[in-house]
Design a protein around this ligand. Structure first.
Ligand code: ARG
Length: 389
């Protein structure tokens, strides 16, 4: 029997995939990469075994996900189409990397995933697998099987005693990890309608949030967040804490029409409280410490970087080259940003840094002023010369 390593999530699709791959003659090994979504490891392991997996790997990749995927995106201010913090997209090259590692360990040439044939995730996983191990073969059961509907899948699952209890209630398709939740399907497919409150999984409706604002101070070192209100946190601890506070204040929701890689426009809803808070703070600190030309140019690079992540090109030479650029911009991104969270909004209200380029004696209109106004006249004459001519 050929061994195959399946990227397993515990959801309906990948659960059915275990059974389906077995029917195709594979010996299935489930590989669950924990990036903050696994609440009960023992249960997940037991479920995969019960459905027929001959082995189960549960890999804790939370810290790696933050330091090697989330932080680079944060340093780049990478937000796809200005609204999506890329929680799902960032996780795919990591999952691919783990699949490849397990395939190597298990000495097999086959890996599988449960992504649909209409989405971005299949592209991200398969392109990453190809970049890391070009001789591996990828099987995508969801692209091959022909269930006419989700109900048909549930019937199949019941027939084969595959537990579906956890998935049957939500009318939405969810993907969740430490960095955020991606929500699709159901009534969200009509972009003319506001998402119902039950579409949101972690954030409170602004209506139900506290009537007083909360203040947070995030400290950064070389572009990476390290403290909250002067207290040091671990990478995981900080994101968890910000997710909790942000969610309680209704921060980090977005509702967008998104351009998928394969050319389809789709309506997507996201929740990413920690991402929203950290991106807001990081951008604010950069505004204080980066030179204007660098800041403006970096914005273009950040846009491109978000596309590379979204398009599954994590392992491309361009991404690597941009990493070099982005890293070199972060040397002075050290300091603190104070944020105000209130009724779904999160805005910076104060910022400090030992590398601040803000000079009060130049900016002030008070008697502290040191700026030589006489120089302005000559500057304006030269700057405006082409237009006068
Ligand atoms: N549209 C997003 C992306 O391509 C999210 C996909 C989420 N997947 C899901 N099963 N809900 O990154």
């Amino acid at each position: 029997m050929k061994k195959i390593i399946l990227a397993y999530s515990g959801g309906l699709d990948t659960s059915i995939a275990i059974r389906w791959l077995k029917e195709k003659g594979f010996n299935v090994i489930a590989c669950l990469v924990d990036i903050g979504q696994v609440s009960n490891k023992a249960l997940a392991r037991e479920k995969a075994k019960k459905i027929g997996a001959s082995g189960v790997y549960i890999i804790d990749a939370k810290k790696e996900f933050i330091t090697d995927y989330i932080y680079p995106a944060l340093k780049a201010n990478a937000v796809y189409e200005d609204k999506y913090f890329l929680a799902t997209a960032l996780s795919r090259p990591l999952i691919a990397e783990k699949l490849v590692a397990v395939a190597k360990k298990e000495k097999t040439k086959f890996v599988a995933h449960g992504c649909t044939g209409k989405g971005n995730d299949q592209v991200r996983i398969e392109v990453s697998v190809a970049a890391l191990a070009k001789d591996l073969k990828v099987v995508a059961p969801v692209r091959e099987w022909d269930f006419p509907s989700r109900e048909a899948q549930v019937r199949y699952a019941k027939m084969h005693k595959i537990p579906v209890a956890a998935t049957k209630k939500s009318p939405y398709s969810l993907d969740q990890n430490l960095w955020g939740v991606s929500i699709e399907c159901g009534v969200l497919e009509d972009p003319a309608f506001e998402p119902p409150e039950n579409a949101y999984k972690i954030t409170k409706s602004a209506k139900l949030t506290p009537s007083k604002p909360a203040y947070l101070t995030v400290g950064f070192r070389n572009g990476e967040p390290t403290t909250l209100d002067k207290k040091k946190y671990s990478e995981i601890g900080l994101i968890k804490k910000l997710t909790k506070i942000g969610a309680a204040y209704g921060v980090g929701r977005s509702d967008m029409i998104e351009n998928r890689l394969i050319g389809i426009k789709s309506r997507e809803v996201y929740e990413a409280p920690a991402a929203f808070i950290l991106h807001t703070a990081h951008k604010e600190l950069e505004a204080l410490v980066l030179d204007r030309e660098l800041l403006h140019f970096k914005k273009i690079i950040g846009g491109k970087y978000s596309e590379l992540i979204y398009y599954g090109l994590w392992h491309s030479p361009l991404k690597k080259a941009l990493d070099g650029f982005i890293l070199s911009t972060q040397q002075n991104v050290t300091g603190e940003v104070k944020l105000k969270l209130y009724k779904g909004s999160c805005v910076p209200v104060a910022r400090t840094s030992e590398y601040s380029l803000y000079k009060e004696e130049l900016a002030t209109y008070s008697e502290k002023d040191k700026f030589d106004k006489k120089l302005a006249e000559g500057f304006i004459k030269i700057w405006g010369m082409p237009y006068r001519k």
